[in-house]
Structures are given as C-alpha cells and as structure tokens.
Design a protein around this ligand. Structure first.
Ligand code: ADP
Ligand code: ZN
Ligand code: ZN
Length: 718
C-alpha cells in the first residue's frame, strides 16, 4: 500500500470507461472510475454518472489513478455485466476510427453501436437473458451440417466469380446486372467459408429494412434459421438484444442487417457483403453520419490485421462512382456478371418525347395502350413517380394562397384519401380547409401530381380494360403512406406476387430489390428534374434508380412468348436525347460512369476531392450563418499559425455559409458551409482541429442564438 499526494490509499485499478455522452459536449473521451479488480478492456459495466447509473465500455484499465485527480473522489464501478466476453480489440478499434473519422465522441458512437436495452438492464436481468441465449444456442452446433436446402449449380459467370473470390486479396466489386444471381454468389461464398471454418461469421448488409425479410428467407433456407441473426430498426428491443448477443457470443453464423449492423460485435468475422452498395441509405443521416459501406471496407482491413483475414464484397448493377473509380484504379477487384439468370432479357428502352404530347398529359396514349395490352395477357406493369400524396401543393387561383407550411420553407402536400394537408418535413398535418383561408374562395385546386392522384388517373384511363379472367384491371399504390401500418408492406407485396394486382403505382420504394416475376413493363413518368439538379449526385441517383427499376422487368425468361423485345422500360421525358438516357438505352453503366467521372474530374468533385459539411441551426438564418462564417474566419486565423498546419491549410478550401435547400424546418433556420480538399488526410486533420474552434465559439455569448451544429464527413447531398 502506498500513499499518494492526497494521502489516500491507492489500491486497485482505475478503469477508463466510455459512457454515453450527448453530441459535441466537450467531455473527456473516457471517464475514470475505481475497481478493486482489474477489468479487461472491452468489458461491459454499469457506472454512476451524476445521479444516474449508465452502461459503459471499459476502454483501458490502468493500475495507477489518472494524473491530477484525487483517487479518493473517484466513484466505484457499480457492476460488471456477468458472463459477457469483452468486446474485442478489432471492435474497439473500429468504433474509435468511426468516432475519429466522422468527428464525433467515443461516447456518442460506442453506446449507439450497442443494443438499446443495455441501458435498462440490471445485472440480474442481464444474467437471465444470457441464460436464455445459452439454451437457444444449445440446438445446432458449429460444425453440424449447415445446409437445409441444396445450392443450385452455378452459371459459368457465377462460378468464375466465386473462383476469383477465393484468391482475391483486395475489396471486390461484384458488378452484376439486376437478376444476374449476385445473391447466389454471396450464399455460396458464405457456404464455402463456413465449410472451411465452421466458427466463422458472415455479415450481410442490405440498404432497406423492407429488403431484409426476403434475403433473410434465402439465407435461412440455406443455412437454417438458428444460424441467421437479423439487425435492423424494425426489431423489438428484446429481439435486438437477443440477436446482438447471438452475434457477440459467436453463435450466429450469418448476421443480416441494415447499415447499423456494420458496428455489430462479430468476434469471428471473415466475410462482409454489402448488397446494392450504391444505395444512399448506407449513409447515416443522424448522429454520427457514417457510411456503412466505407466502414465495411475499413472493417475488413482491420479484421485482417487482427485475425485470419476478412473479405469484403460490394455488389451492384450501378456502383457508386466512388466504388467504380476504385475498381478502375485497381484498388478494388472488379468481377463481372453481365447476364441475367433464366435467360430474361433486360428491357428495351422507349423514350416518349413529352414535347410532342398535348400539354398536361399524364400518361401518353401509347403507354396506356401498352399497359392494357400487357394486362390482357396477365402481365404486370410498374409506374414510378417520385412524389407521394395527391398533389404537392394546394392553391387558390383567386388570391394566390398556397398550402405553405407555417413552420417550414416548404409546401404542405395534399393527401386526398384522408383529406389532409401534410408537411413532409416537420409532419404538421391539418384537415384540408373547405374554402381558401385567405379569401374564402371555395374553389381551391391541387397543383402538380403525386402517387395518390396518379393511382386515381391510371385507374380511370384503364377503366373498361380487362384481365385474362374477364375481370376489370386492378391498380394499386405502394409508397411510404400505403405501407405505414405494420404488416401492410408484406400484404401488398403478396398481392403483387400472387398476380392480384395488374398495375402498381409507386415511389422509388417499388424499384428496389423485389423479385417480381410477372412484370414486363416499367415506366418512369417524370424523371426530368434530376437531369438539371443543382446536386451533382442527382444524375448518378437517377441512373441507378432507372436501372434498378428496369431490373424489375423481364425477370422471368419463360414469359418470352410474344415476340421480342419482351419487356420494356418507358420513360416520359422532355429531353429524349439526353446522354444519360442514351447510356440507359444501351444498358451501359460503364459509359455513363465514364462521362460522369470526366465531369467530376474537370470540376474537382468527389471522388476526385473530399468534402465535409458543417450545418448550423438557429432561430434566425443570420445567427446560423454568422456562426459558420465566424468559425471559418477563426480557423483561417488560428490554424494558419498552428505548428504542423503549414502543409494542411493550403489544401483546404472553405466556402461561405449558405442556407440549406429546405431552409426552415419546424421553425428552425438551417445553414451550411462546405469544406473541400484534394487530400483526405488534410481534410481529416483540419476537421479535428476545427472541432475545438467550433466548440469554443458555441459557448461564446455572441452566438447564443445557435441551437446546434454538426459536421457531416463525405456528405451525400449538398
Ligand atoms: P441479383 O441479386 O443479381 O439481382 P438474384 O440473386 O436475385 O439476382 O437472382 C435472380 C434469380 O435467379 C433468383 O430468382 C434466383 O433464385 C435465381 N438464381 C440465381 N442463381 C441461380 C442458379 N445458379 N441457378 C438457378 N437459379 C438461380
Ligand atoms: Zn384565396
Ligand atoms: Zn413543416
């Protein structure tokens, strides 16, 4: 026993613990506690914080108290969660990297990566959950036969990709047409791995929670339900904890989930699949705004450093330009699967020049005829419109009143079914007024078109047309409104699969992933907006949406009885000669990508530069912008002088503060500032140093009107 300067005894250990901290609170990364025994780094504990008791992760466990703190005042660790192996070093490194790269605190990232129920579980309850898991896991053991369904023989293309995967040492881009059988390659790559290493774990990520049930079924059929654990926000807290434990304890062979799954604890991770890697929903839009795809690449490298190696496969028919560029440079290995399974052809593209149609045409007559003809043969059509509701605006022509949201710089959308005006930004909902609120005019009318109205108009245009069974055609709609109720999405998909519905109208939700067998016609009704958008990623998103949608058609080669081309994609546009459509017509993603990359390079935009956004929110636009501009000035003033930053600052370009596209939401004004650099490393160093400046400014009384600020690294929309 020794006495320190405070005259107290110094026995035991002083674990540094990561506890949940609110965003941008300038708290230390870890808090120190006292423990009579040594605790392994990664142990889950409960510790006192203020008057509460919170879950924490032990980050390190020195035998000396931290310098300058009075050990007598350090509070003891309340409890260690029993029976739980510590989170391993690879996981802790991943979490630390995520926090650092995305400019967040450990206390924001680590707790968010753990199951939410951890907050409320006392050690006794925790023990019960663990016991329950142990019982469930007593069933199938690693090494027991895995497959419950036999794998089909692979096509030559699939086989050569699977062979190439066996020797690939870098990240792999599986560039495969929609319906080319990428999922089967994932399944067999996983199967081969588990045959070699029965204890291995595979992480499979999908962009949307809607797509998890389908993929889950396929993996469960192949590997058995007990081997597969799902991770997404649609699970109950108890399910999330159970599945997290199955992964953390190494019981689940396959973990299947949305972007959050990239931060799951997987002690024996050997393979990561990122399906539809281009999808924007891999980028988190709240909290630490991480890209699950980019973290997957990092994680695979990291796991290889800590263990026997981990492969990462990115799959897409329309890769993100970042990924495509990496494959051109050879940083990723590209494997190609250009042919569709079952001999289904990619649909032929038909461009309808809307300038030649009467003004206000919703569906060109030729398109209506094509839909009717297909329905008469028992085939289905998909109609895409990227706006839900009945009409985006309700207006009074007498006085000019419009359905502006009182709290946002946006119009409230007219929903006819429940006769409401709804703001899609703040959620504010009101009954539609009977008369104009300003002048009393009874004749207020919808302007523009949403999916509800389209459904109504399509039904009218097709009335009198018959199905093969002599019944009238059935039109249905699928979008965020129609699928809000629990179970309604599944029910709607079922109606589509069973052939009950002939024409499905919907938003991009219907374009993704679903394996509809009887669709032979897909139409995009109004895609022009994205051709001339101020967002430089809009063409990339449009191209991939249209390719994905086209991929919904012609998936079944056996419906090839009516002369070629069997399936069609129609596009109603005022710009039929736009190069984007030319590339689409040829199903030529590489040509589209080459042209886009050339433009991006000329303009020094990503992937040829690196970006970050700082967003600020305040009661007034002036306050928000003043904060950002002050932060920019302070950075240029102080960092230019800072030792070691001479080589950084010349690579940093700071733009002025501007209002965000939707400037006001729920009465909060929003502004943003763009930072750009040709060097990722320089941008990282700058942002880390800038954080301190932003934090200091925040507490400056001159900026007291500021509500919050946040950094978004590698933002997807600017
Ligand atoms: P992708 O993921 O590339 O869009 P899928 O994996 O969904 O394509 O495959 C499309 C269809 O082809 C699915 O119905 C799948 O069951 C089937 N399929 C894939 N590979 C094979 C194979 N080797 N033999 C038979 N059918 C296959
Ligand atoms: Zn009016
Ligand atoms: Zn609003």
């Amino acid at each position: 026993m020794s006495l320190d300067e405070f005259g107290t005894s110094q026995q035991g250990f002083w674990p540094a613990v990561v506890v949940p901290t609110p965003a941008h609170r300038a708290l230390a990364e870890t808090l120190s506690y006292h423990s009579p025994q040594a605790l392994e780094p990664g142990s889950l504990v409960r510790v006192p914080l203020g008057s509460r008791d919170v879950p924490g992760v032990v980050w390190s466990c020195p035998a000396q108290p931290p310098e300058g703190l009075n050990p007598a005042q350090m509070r003891p660790v309340a409890s260690v969660l029993p029976g739980c192996p510590p989170l391993n070093e690879a996981w802790r490194t991943l979490v630390a990297f995520t926090a650092r790269y995305y400019q967040r605190s450990l206390g924001e990232v680590a707790p968010a990566a753990l199951p939410p129920q951890l907050r409320d579980l006392q050690p006794a309850q925790w023990q019960r959950r663990l016991n329950k898991r142990a019982k469930q896991a007593a069933g199938p053991q690693p090494g027991a036969p895995l497959a419950t369904e036999t794998a089909p023989a692979l096509s030559p293309e699939q086989q050569s990709c699977l062979d190439a995967l066996a020797t690939a040492r870098q990240p792999v881009l599986l560039f495969g047409a929609t319906g080319s059988g990428k999922t089967e390659v994932y399944l067999q790559a996983a199967q081969r791995l588990l045959a070699q290493d029965p204890g291995a774990q595979v992480l499979v990520m999908v962009p949307e929670i809607n797509l998890t049930p389908q993929l889950q079924q396929r993996f469960e059929a192949r590997f058995g339900a007990a081997q597969v654990a799902a991770m997404h926000s649609g699970l109950t807290p108890a399910q999330r904890l159970g599945n997290w434990l199955a992964a953390h304890l190494g019981q689940a062979r396959i973990v299947l989930g949305t972007r959050m799954a990239v931060l799951a604890s997987l002690p024996r991770l050997r393979l990561i699949v990122v399906d539809e890697e281009h999808d924007p929903s891999y980028k988190s839009q709240e909290g630490a705004r991480y890209s699950a795809r980019d973290l997957a690449i990092y994680r695979a490298q990291l796991e290889s450093r800590h263990g026997p190696g981990c492969q990462v496969i990115l799959g897409s028919a329309t890769p993100s330009l970042e990924t495509w560029q990496a494959s051109l440079q050879g940083r990723y290995l590209r494997l190609n699967m250009p042919s569709r399974m079952g001999g289904g052809q990619l649909p032929a593209l038909r461009l309808l020049d809307m300038a030649r149609q009467p003004k206000g045409t919703v569906l060109a007559p030729a398109l209506v005829a094509a839909i009717a003809e297909r329905a008469a043969r028992g085939e289905q059509s998909l109609l895409l419109l990227n706006r839900r509701g009945y009409a985006p605006v309700l207006a009074c022509h007498a006085c000019g009143w419009k359905s502006q949201c009182p709290s946002c710089s946006a119009f409230r959308v007219f929903h006819k079914l429940d006769r409401t005006l709804r703001c899609h930004h703040c959620g504010f909902t009101e009954r539609v007024p009977r008369a104009c609120p300003d002048c009393g005019n009874l004749d207020i009318t919808p302007i523009g078109k949403g999916t509800e109205q389209l459904e109504e108009q399509v039904a009218a245009l097709l009335s009198g047309q018959l199905r093969p069974d002599g019944q009238p055609l059935r039109v249905a709609r699928m979008d965020a409104d129609s699928t809000r109720a629990q179970g309604s999405l599944e029910a709607q998909l079922q109606r589509m699969h069973s052939g009950e519905v002939d024409v499905l109208v919907g938003t991009q939700m219907i374009a993704k992933g679903h394996d509809f067998r009887r669709i032979t016609l897909v139409a995009a009704l109004n895609p022009d907006g994205a051709l001339f958008s101020s967002d430089f990623r809009a063409p990339e998103r449009l191209f991939s949406l249209l390719m994905q949608s086209a991929g919904r058609a012609g998936r079944d080669g056996t419906i090839a009885t009516h002369g070629a081309p069997v399936s069609e994609m129609w596009i109603q546009t005022f710009h039929p000669r736009h190069p984007l459509f030319e590339a689409l017509k040829a199903h030529d993603y590489p040509a589209f990508a080459a042209r886009e990359l050339q433009e991006r390079q000329a303009a020094a935009m990503p992937p040829f530069s690196f970006q970050a956004l700082v967003r600020a929110e305040a009661r007034t636009q002036d306050v928000a912008q003043a904060f950002l501009n002050a932060a920019s000035a302070a950075a240029q003033r102080t960092l230019a002088m800072k030792p070691g930053f001479e080589a950084v600052m010349p690579h940093i370009q700071l733009y002025g503060a501007v209002p965000m596209t939707v400037q006001r939401v729920a009465n909060v004004e929003r502004a943003q500032m763009l930072v750009e650099s040709g060097s990722r490393a320089a941008l990282q160093r700058f942002l880390t140093a800038w954080q301190d400046i932003l934090r200091q400014l925040r507490s400056d009384p001159a900026h007291k009107g500021l509500i919050r600020w946040a950094i978004d690294v590698d933002p997807l929309t600017i």
